[in-house]
Ligand binder design. Structure first.
Ligand SMILES: [Zn+2]
Length: 137
């Protein structure tokens, strides 16, 4: 089966608890989320590469008005959650839920704090899906 480096394939790797990027064979850049074609080297081949899963918090927001998927997971006005931008050790930035932080006291959440990857299962049966998250390292 041809690898297309789509979000679907990225999510399949998440389901196996692997944070994967697409590495360009020409320039060596790892694209996360993956992209089928390197913008610098459109002719080059891509290969999957597992990332270290380490990073640091670059930005965050505490979300009180949750989208449906997060309402279903029990979040909302009374149980807010933190979403953030994580700068990976490999240099890329990716947005994900940030677990294990005190959302009732956002001042306690530190930009630059070291994080490690976590995988959250939500939904049941055929609807079950693994979501990318990060937690304090
Ligand atoms: Zn490239």
């Amino acid at each position: 089966m041809a690898e297309l480096f789509t979000a679907t394939e990225f999510n399949q790797h998440l389901a196996e608890h692997k944070l994967m990027g697409a590495r360009c064979a020409a320039c060596g850049e790892i694209h996360v989320p993956p992209r089928p074609i390197c913008p610098e080297c459109p002719e080059a081949e891509m290969t999957w590469e597992e990332l270290s899963g380490e990073g640091k918090l670059a930005a965050f927001t505490v979300v009180h008005i949750a989208p449906t998927m997060m309402l279903d997971a029990g979040y909302g006005r009374k149980n807010p959650y933190c979403t953030g931008v994580v700068e990976l050790a490999e240099g890329q930035r990716i947005s994900a839920q940030i677990l294990g932080v005190d959302v009732s006291d956002p001042a306690s959440i530190a930009i630059g704090a070291p994080l490690k990857v976590a995988f959250v299962e939500r939904g049941e049966g055929d609807e079950q899906k693994t979501y990318l998250a990060f937690e304090p390292a």
